[in-house]
Write a protein that binds this ligand. Structure first.
Ligand code: VAH
Length: 317
């Protein structure tokens, strides 16, 4: 059976839906340190779990006969910079607990990494799988640590550790939680709600981005790939890169009256400027045939098909 930690975050609920279709509703357990809305309970098993409580987590793994663990608990980029002690505890001590339990109980372990695992001295255009990684956020540092520790446990203890570095993920029915790439989700909601969008990044800030369905597809694919197909344990995955300006132009095809203003937040701009601009995912495409389905036009069409694109203003006119 499957356990997802940090399951109430941007990716967890969607991942649970995909895995429950694949493995059966009761074989996928969502967990988080937050109380979910009632509907989460209707869609399948949920367990309240604090990944900093090693004994409790081990009990959950043993009592529920967990064999696969997707570890999504983490404080992401800007949120982490606002609370470094908590980010270090959750992202590093929490990871250590999960690694030990996974090794002890022979779990197949997925831990997401990120474009944020690279820094200003990494090649940015494109950023390959293997290159210098000196990130400047506690989030990035903790994710490089996760990659290194996961690979060490794989080579030292035989842990079946698998890891994908995600771009900024865009989703319609779940809120992002990191802060730096989240402008690319908010623009859709603001376009519909008010027709006005204030962007905290410069218009020319290019970042790798991906629609959530591609992200979840890649995650399931890499977990189901035969071990002999994997020449590495940590892979970049890529779909597209765009700037706020390019995204706004695409969104304005649906909400022409959208007005975008730029009010740069130095903290998040500095984070974005230290991240890759384009992601090289050729190893993932070679090893298990990874390919993305959504480019920018498809992303925007799909987001508006979820959210509706007839903005209030259009309705009002
Ligand atoms: C963030 N959306 O902005 C998250 C993610 C790679 C971006 O980590 O921090």
């Amino acid at each position: 059976r499957v356990l997802i930690t940090g399951g109430l975050g941007q990716l967890g609920v969607g991942l649970a839906k995909l895995l429950r279709k694949r493995f059966g509703k009761n074989n996928v357990i969502l967990s988080d340190i937050r109380k979910p809305a009632d509907n989460v309970f209707y869609s399948g098993p949920f367990i309240f779990a604090d990944i900093l409580d090693y004994k409790n987590l081990r009990e959950i793994v043993v009592n529920n006969r967990i064999t696969w663990l997707f570890h999504y608990s983490a404080l992401l980029s800007a949120v982490g910079e606002a609370n470094v002690p908590l980010a270090r505890a959750v992202n590093i001590t929490g990871l250590h607990n999960v690694l030990d339990i996974a090794a002890e109980h022979n779990l197949r372990l997925f831990v997401p990494s990120t474009i944020g695992a690279f820094g200003p001295t990494s090649p940015r255009d494109p950023t390959p799988d293997i290159c210098i990684q000196r990130p400047r956020t506690i989030y990035g540092v903790s994710k490089v640590h996760a990659e290194l520790m996961g690979e060490y446990y794989h080579y030292r203890y035989g842990l079946d550790f698998r890891c994908l570095r995600y771009p900024g993920i865009i989703s319609a029915d779940s809120q992002p939680g990191g802060g730096t790439t989240d402008y690319a989700v908010k623009i859709f909601h603001d376009a519909i709600k008010s027709g006005k969008f204030k962007c905290y990044l410069r218009p020319d800030t290019r970042l790798p981005m991906m629609y959530i369905d591609d992200c979840l597809k890649a995650t399931l694919e890499v977990m189901e790939a035969p071990a002999e197909a994997l020449t590495m344990r940590t892979y970049n995955i890529n779909a597209m890169s765009f700037t706020p300006e390019e995204l706004a132009q695409e969104v304005q095809k649906y909400v022409p009256e959208l007005q975008v203003t730029y009010n740069v937040d130095q903290v998040r701009q500095a984070i974005a400027d230290s991240w890759p601009m384009n992601f090289d995912d050729s190893n993932a495409r070679r090893d298990w045939g990874w390919k993305h389905d959504y480019d920018l036009p498809e992303l925007v069409t799909t987001m508006f098909s979820y959210l509706g694109s007839d903005s209030r203003i259009a309705q009002a006119n």
